[in-house]
Design a binder for this molecule. Structure first.
Ligand code: FPP
Length: 240
């Protein structure tokens, strides 16, 4: 079983357009698919689920769609917070949160604080997230520490670098799922996905349900993970 699953939730717009509905309805239906996926991952004992909710590039969408998405995030967070807490989910938002609408930032702060001590699945919502930006920010933070004399540049290794990423406390995703048939990483978790198995399904995100997730997991279990070596890596090597 993967310890950490990352998901690019793609195809909300196409799902709605195929039904003659406004794109926004696709995002609404996408929330239901996300709830199902989170619950199923939690039930299966998967440690972390990280989803791409809004990229740094998504600001270039029509203003009414951006506004709708921000309002949707607020509504969903408000409405689902109690259930998340009951189900022991630990929620975190990863990305440039400082530019999000104030009300959303407040809700994010509240939800993060409330659920911080929860023992269940880690649910990471990438919002105003860009992989390249995350790497640049990490480099900036390390450079600042070096300039201040706190860090010798020659000791910077992969662990020190990874500790500056938004995902500092998570293991890397074992599995990346992308819906709607696109075969791109789209600036998502560029560092963290180095050794992830990639699973692409033609299903549009609102149609992604527990049977789709099971298919992804079965496919993952058939993969031979070698991490650049020759021998398949087994759970003995990973200590889990
Ligand atoms: C991609 O489909 C989807 C998004 C950009 C938004 C995803 C957001 C949600 C599912 C809501 C999540 C809510 C919370 C609170 C985390 P698309 O619009 O790119 O679809 P298209 O490629 O068919 O146009």
């Amino acid at each position: 079983m993967p310890a950490h699953i990352a998901v690019i939730m793609d195809g909300n717009g196409r799902w709605a357009e195929a039904r003659g509905l406004p794109r926004m309805m696709g995002h609404r239906a996408g929330v239901e698919a996300l709830k199902t996926t989170l619950r199923f991952c939690s039930d299966l004992g998967i440690g972390a689920l990280t989803v791409y909710a809004f990229s740094t590039e998504n600001w270039s969408r029509p203003q009414d769609e951006v506004n709708f998405l921000m309002a949707l995030f607020e509504r969903v967070l408000q409405r689902e917070l109690e259930a998340l807490q009951q189900e022991k989910v630990r929620i975190n938002f990863l990305g440039g949160l400082e530019v999000l609408p104030e009300r959303l930032r407040e809700l994010i702060k509240e939800a993060t604080k409330l659920t911080a001590g929860n023992s269940g699945i880690h649910f990471n919502v990438c919002t105003n997230y860009g992989g390249r930006r995350e790497l640049v920010l990490a480099a900036q933070k390390l450079a600042e520490r070096s300039v201040k004399g706190e860090l010798d540049p020659s000791v910077i290794d992969e662990n020190i670098f990874a500790a500056e990423l938004f995902t500092a406390s998570e293991v890397d995703p074992d599995l990346l799922i992308r819906t709607s048939g696109e075969r791109r990483i789209s600036n998502f978790l560029l560092w963290q996905l180095a050794y992830a198995e990639i699973y692409v399904t033609d299903a549009l995100w609102p149609d992604f349900d527990s049977s789709e997730l099971l298919q992804a997991l079965i496919d993952y279990q058939s993969r031979c993970r070698r991490f650049g070596g020759l021998e398949p890596i087994t759970s003995d090597h990973l200590g889990s």
